[in-house]
Design a protein around this ligand. Structure first.
Ligand code: SF4
Length: 474
C-alpha cells in the first residue's frame, strides 16, 4: 500500500490511521497510479480521499473544518474500515494517554456522557476500551489528587543488560561488551544524584517515589548496587518516600545476593519480568534463560523478603499463540505477584519485512489481550494504561495490581502528575507545573559513553530545575 498525502503541514496523523489497516504502508514520493494506494489531500477547505485496495476504489470528501488533519484522517479511517472490515479497538485515536484525556476533560468540567461520546463517537473507540480507560481514571483520581505542586519522583537509569532482546528499542548496552563502563557510570550517577538532591533542597521539593529502571539495574554488580543504593539512602529521606521500585528484570543477572541488597537498601517494590513462560518464545526473543529460572528468581525474591513484586508479560512475541499467552498469564497469576503488567509488542524502527513477519502475531494479539479477563477473575484491577507508536494493532499496555498495590510512579509519570527528575544516560527530566499544565524537559546524553564524556554539561543543565521552579511556582 502506497500513501500519498498532500496539503497538510504534517502527514503524521493520516499516516498513523492508514497504518492501523495497512501496517506495511509507506509514503510515496509522487502520486501512485497503479496498485494498492491511498491518496489523501486537503485543498481549499476540503478533505478528499481515494482508496484503492484489492482492485476496488472507494472515494470520499468532507469539509476540512477547524482541524484538516483530523478531517482527513477520519475520512481515511471510514473508507479503510469499509474496505477491510477491520475495526481498530481504539478507533482513530492517536494519543498515547487515553486516560489523561479523561482526567483533563473532567478537570475542564466536561460531563461523563460527553466524555463517552468523545471516545466512542468522535474517535470510534469500542465501548470496552472506553470502559477500561474510564475505570482506570476513576481508580487514579484520588491518587493523583494527593500530589502537591512541589512533589516529584526520581528516576535512576541503568542502561546495561546481560544480553540484548530481539525486540528491544531501549538505549541499553550489554555488560559482556561494555561491562568496563559500569564502574565509572555508577560513580558519575552518584554525583548526578547529589546534584538533583541539591536542586530539590533549593526549590523545596518533596520526593514521593523512586524508580530504578533500565536496561536492567541488576546487571551491575552487587557491590555497585550497594554503592548506588547506599548513595540514594544517604542523599534522600527514604522514610518519606511512598514507593521505591527497582527493576530486577531478568533472572540471568539477578541472584540471591542482589535481591538481598535491594531489600537491605530500601526497595519497596521490585519487578521480575518473564515476558513469557514459554522456553521456545524466550529463545525466539534472544533470552539466555529459561522459564524455570524465572520461577526460581521469584522464589528467591520472596525469600529475600520482597512483598511487592511486579511481573511484565508481552502479548504478540514471535512464535507465541493465544493459548501460549494465556498459559503465561495463568503461570504468573499462580505465583501471586502483587502487580502484573501486560504490554503489547512494539516494533520501533520496524521495516516492512519485520511487520510482515509479525502478521501472524498481529492477528492474534487482540485475542491475547482479551485473555486479560483472567487477571480480573483473579482479583487484579487495571490501574494504569498507555499506548506507544508502533504497537501491534495500536493496542495498549496495561498495569494490573491487587487493590492497594498500584504502582504509584507509573501513574505519576504517565498522567504527568508531577515532575520526574531523571538521572543517568538517556534520562529525560520532565518538569511539571500542575497549575498551568506547563511541561519542560531537560535531556541527558543518550548513551553511557556520551554520558561519561559529557558529564560536566549534564551537571550544568541541572540549573534548569531552579529556572523552572523560579519562573513557575515562586
Ligand atoms: S531486558 Fe529490556 S532493556 Fe534489556 S535488552 Fe531486553 S528489552 Fe532491552
Amino acid at each position: 500500500m502506497e500513501l500519498y498525502i498532500t496539503g497538510l503541514p504534517s502527514a503524521y496523523e493520516v499516516e498513523h490511521v492508514a497504518r492501523l489497516f495497512f501496517p506495511a504502508a509507506h509514503l510515496a514520493p509522487q502520486s501512485p497510479e497503479t496498485g494498492d494506494r491511498l491518496l489523501a489531500k486537503e485543498e481549499e477547505g476540503n478533505a478528499a480521499v481515494s482508496l484503492t485496495w484489492q482492485g476496488t476504489t472507494l472515494e470520499g470528501t468532507a469539509p476540512a473544518g477547524e482541524s484538516p488533519s483530523f478531517a482527513l484522517s477520519s475520512l481515511v479511517y471510514d473508507l479503510a474500515r469499509q474496505a477491510t472490515g477491520i475495526r481498530p479497538s481504539w478507533g482513530k485515536m492517536t494519543g498515547v494517554r487515553p486516560v489523561r484525556l479523561i482526567h483533563d476533560n473532567r478537570r475542564r468540567g466536561m460531563g461523563e456522557e460527553a466524555i463517552r461520546s468523545l471516545f466512542c463517537d468522535h474517535y470510534d473507540c469500542t465501548a470496552e476500551k472506553f470502559q477500561l480507560a474510564r475505570s482506570i481514571a476513576d481508580l487514579q483520581g484520588p491518587i493523583i489528587a494527593r500530589s502537591g505542586p512541589r512533589d516529584y519522583s526520581l528516576y535512576v537509569g541503568i542502561p546495561f543488560c546481560p544480553s540484548r532482546c530481539s525486540y528491544c528499542s531501549f538505549v541499553s548496552r550489554t555488560t559482556g561488551k561494555d561491562g568496563k563502563l559500569t564502574g565509572p557510570y555508577v560513580d558519575k550517577l552518584c554525583l548526578e544524584l547529589e546534584a538533583f538532591r541539591d536542586q530539590a533542597h533549593k526549590n523545596g521539593l518533596n520526593l514521593r517515589t523512586i524508580y530504578m529502571g533500565g536496561g536492567t539495574p541488576t546487571s551491575i554488580t552487587a557491590p555497585q548496587l550497594r554503592q548506588l543504593m547506599g548513595k540514594i539512602r544517604e542523599l534522600f529521606d527514604l522514610s518519606q518516600v511512598e514507593e521505591y521500585t527497582v527493576e530486577a528484570g531478568r533472572p540471568d543477572c539477578t541472584d540471591r545476593e542482589k535481591l538481598e541488597v535491594l531489600k537491605e537498601y530500601g526497595a519497596t517494590r521490585i519487578s521480575i519480568n518473564p515476558q513469557t513462560f514459554s522456553d521456545q518464545v524466550l529463545e525466539n526473543i534472544g533470552r539466555k534463560h529459561t522459564a524455570r529460572d524465572i520461577l526460581d528468581c521469584f522464589a528467591a525474591a520472596r525469600q529475600a523478603g520482597h512483598t511487592n513484586i511486579n511481573m511484565d508479560l508481552i502479548a504478540g512475541l514471535p512464535g507465541d499463540t493465544v493459548e501460549g499467552f494465556a498459559w503465561s498469564l495463568e503461570t504468573a497469576i499462580a505465583l501471586d505477584p502483587e502487580n502484573i503488567t501486560v504490554h503489547t509488542l512494539t516494533l520501533k524502527r520496524a521495516s516492512n519485512l519485520v511487520i510482515e513477519k509479525q502478521a501472524a502475531a498481529d492477528a492474534g494479539v487482540a485475542a491475547m489481550l482479551e485473555r486479560c479477563s483472567l487477571l480480573a477473575d483473579a482479583g487484579y484491577r487495571p490501574y494504569y494504561l498507555y499506548r506507544q507508536k508502533g504497537t501491534l494493532q495500536n493496542l495498549e499496555n496495561t498495569g494490573w495490581s491487587k487493590p492497594g498495590y498500584e504502582g504509584l510512579y507509573n501513574i505519576y509519570i504517565m498522567e504527568e502528575v508531577h515532575s520526574i527528575l531523571s538521572a543517568g544516560a538517556g534520562g529525560s527530566t520532565k518538569l511539571v507545573d500542575q497549575a498551568s499544565g506547563r511541561i519542560q524537559r531537560i535531556f541527558n546524553y543518550k548513551y553511557p559513553q556520551e554520558y561519561l564524556e559529557g558529564f560536566q554539561e549534564i551537571l550544568r543543565r541541572k540549573e534548569g530545575v531552579s529556572d523552572f521552579y523560579g519562573k513557575n511556582l515562586d
